[in-house]
Write a protein that binds this ligand. Structure first.
Ligand code: HCA
Ligand code: CU
Length: 389
């Protein structure tokens, strides 16, 4: 059974300009818990005392999800995280050539020693702590370095190894860069040493492939997938929570377990407090995700919605809707008139034609027509004009 780690409160808060107060983090954590998220990664308490406060608050909220902190590979960072009452700890340290020799200036052996020391420390402090080690920029690091660091980390007490595609480098169709192959190889290599950690994947969206790569990793048997609300995160962000859950659901994962009816409220809350709007055409949670517009579409969905949908909005506690504008036809006008309580006038074909003409003219202003607010007045005006002729 696949597990989901949500990092809206850690990676998501690495979106420039985004800050969620501890109280808002708690609300977001409640939503995530209601949806059925397994691990909520909150942040690094060494970064700011508000993050420590948030982890404390959320850890004490009695949620089903495991509550975690992110930590540098440093004893004092780990201690700060442990002081917040966490169930989960994520430690990262890269073993890529560039990082080892151009940035940290240490050998692989020294890096592994450091990783082992920090993991040992965390394990000694808390026996039932779920510990993850991430060789940051995993997929651009020499595989032998990753295997050496990962196996040492597992032997020191790590439960999870995360494959981080820190820069959005992988591609399901690239002969050398598929995360599918990476998951398979890492599992096989660790199995040779009789090591069976859970494998997590963290896919960045720099080239728009985060979701595709996450599903590729799922197909290869990854155990945990990282996501965030709206895919928030550094640069182009990571995998979008709603999009991943819907796709996994269609593949038979956890269909009845995830409470997808909470997604829209969660997205609205995160959007409001991150000051980042949800694009109207965003799958699942965008305003237009289930809105039908062009004449042919509206006419068809009036008979059967699924003629232009492959996802039933009811799964999300939502309904489909229609939009009016340049592309509209008679059916849309009739349906919209019924929607605003003017069904009796919708019988009048000449009036419907007049209203349609009027709507097309208004639509040329280039912004959406508000059915509830604008249509009553348009209907009224056209009706009076028609009665007078
Ligand atoms: C970061 C980088 C990170 C870490 C992922 C992890 C990445 O610290 O911001 O610790 O599992 O993309 O590699 O998000
Ligand atoms: Cu990341």
């Amino acid at each position: 059974m696949i597990k989901i780690l949500d990092s809206t409160l850690r990676e998501g808060e690495q979106t420039p300009g985004v800050y969620f107060s501890p109280e808002k983090k708690l609300v977001i954590a409640h939503f995530l818990d209601q949806i059925g998220i397994d691990i909520i990664e909150v942040g690094n308490p060494a970064v700011d005392s508000d993050i420590a406060l948030a982890i404390n608050l959320i850890s004490q909220a009695g949620l089903k999800a495991k509550i975690g902190a992110h930590s540098l590979c440093k004893i004092d960072n780990v201690q700060k995280a442990l002081d917040c009452g966490i169930d989960f700890l994520g430690v990262f340290f890269s073993v890529s050539k560039k990082r080892l020799y151009q940035d940290y200036n240490i050998s692989l052996e020294a890096a592994i020693e450091k990783i082992v020391e920090v993991i040992n420390f965390a394990r000694e402090q808390k026996n039932d702590l779920l510990i993850r080690y991430t060789p940051e920029d995993t997929v651009r690091s020499p595989i032998e370095n990753v295997i050496a660091a990962a196996s040492a980390a597992v032997k020191a007490g790590v439960n999870i190894i995360s494959i981080a595609d820190t820069t959005g480098y992988t591609n399901p169709f690239h002969p050398q860069r598929s995360i599918f192959n990476y998951v398979k190889t890492l599992k096989e290599e660790l199995k040779k040493q009789d090591l069976y950690p859970q494998i997590e994947v963290h896919c960045h969206n720099d080239k728009g492939l985060a979701l595709a790569n996450a599903l590729d990793a799922y197909r290869a048997g990854a155990d945990i997938i990282d996501v965030s609300v709206m895919g928030l995160g550094e640069r182009a962000g990571i995998v979008d929570l709603g999009e991943l859950l819907i796709n996994l659901r269609e593949m038979g994962e956890e269909g009845n377990h995830w409470q997808l009816g909470y997604l829209q409220d969660l997205y609205n809350f995160v959007s409001e407090h991150s000051h980042i709007s949800i694009p109207p055409h965003q799958p699942i949670t965008g305003k237009n995700a289930f809105t039908h517009y062009a004449g042919v579409h509206v006419k068809a969905v009036a008979k059967d919605e699924m003629l232009y949908q492959s996802l039933n909005p009811q799964i999300l506690g939502k309904k489909s809707s229609l939009a009016l504008g340049m592309q509209s036809g008679y059916t849309a006008v009739e349906l919209a008139m019924k929607q605003i309580g003017r069904a009796e006038l919708a019988e009048n074909k000449d009036l419907v034609a007049k209203i349609l003409q009027e709507i097309k003219a208004i639509a040329k202003r280039g912004t959406p027509i508000d059915i509830e607010k604008e249509l009553p007045e348009i209907v009224e005006r056209c009706n009076i004009e028609q009665l007078m002729t």
